[in-house]
Design a protein around this ligand. Structure first.
Ligand code: NAG
Ligand code: NAG
Ligand code: NAG
Ligand code: NAG
Length: 204
């Protein structure tokens, strides 16, 4: 009877200890994995969805006829980033590199959108959409820069941007930035989806 009690006490004591160890281990795992591996993919995607919606309103035209679009789409803003759309690119994504690429692209688009906002204000054109797009890009950049904290934090240098001299030119720039922002947002969502599949975190 006494022997049994002692054995029970020993077992009881060791399970207690084991439980504590398990809890401690759980805490260590939680605290060490949070900042590095749990990237807020969901939040980033949300900002990209909002960006697509706002981008469509950048030129503030109810409808643009196809001929005008054809005329307008000429590449005028050479400093806008070009994304790689190849299958090879998507299959060889590395978390580190892809996130810093995304970061520098979103910073670059932010600079272009801020420039567009000023240009529009100069021509007394509505600039709320440009402001909204800029805010979404800022949120996205902030999330990315938090994730990349250890790697890098500075953005690209301001691109050389042209001077707009007519309202039509401003419209051309608006349409071009609008189209390119939508391509960027689509591309980024695809990149985030591939990265999320490879990471061990669930949706956040
Ligand atoms: C974007 O716009 C569509 C259609 O107007 C809407 O259904 C969707 O909820 C919007 N998405 C976001 C993230 O606001
Ligand atoms: C990310 O990049 C940094 C520096 O560029 C490097 O030290 C680190 O090991 C990389 N991490 C991964 C998971 O590749
Ligand atoms: C806006 O107008 C001011 C004053 O005319 C000018 O100095 C500035 O360069 C213009 N900004 C842009 C982005 O065109
Ligand atoms: C973005 O993706 C959506 C759906 O995936 C598609 O309907 C749209 O045409 C794409 N836009 C651009 C500019 O690629």
């Amino acid at each position: 009877m006494i022997c049994r009690l002692i054995v029970f006490a020993v077992i009881h004591d060791s399970t207690h200890c084991l439980l504590r160890l398990l809890l401690l281990a759980q805490l260590l795992v939680l605290s060490s994995s949070r900042p590095t591996s749990c990237i807020r993919f969901g939040q980033m995607s949300h900002h990209l969805d909002m960006l697509v919606n706002i981008s469509k309103k950048l030129h503030e035209l109810v409808s643009i006829n196809a001929e005008l679009i054809g005329h307008i789409q000429a590449n005028r803003l050479h400093s806008l980033p070009h994304m790689h759309h190849t299958l090879k690119h998507f299959s060889s994504l590395k978390l580190n590199e892809s996130l810093s690429e995304l970061f520098s692209y979103s910073q670059s688009f932010k600079l272009h959108v801020e420039w567009l906002k000023t240009v529009k204000e100069n021509f007394s054109l509505p600039s709320q959409a440009a402001e909204g797009a800029s805010a979404q890009l800022r949120h996205l950049s902030d999330l990315l820069s938090t994730t990349l904290q250890q790697v890098r934090a500075e953005g690209p240098r301001p691109p050389p941007l042209p001077v707009a001299s007519t309202t039509f030119e401003v419209l051309q720039y608006s349409v071009e930035i609008s189209e390119r922002l939508q391509v960027f947002a689509n591309w980024s969502k695809r990149v985030l989806k591939s990265l999320q599949k490879k990471s061990h975190c669930g949706r956040h």
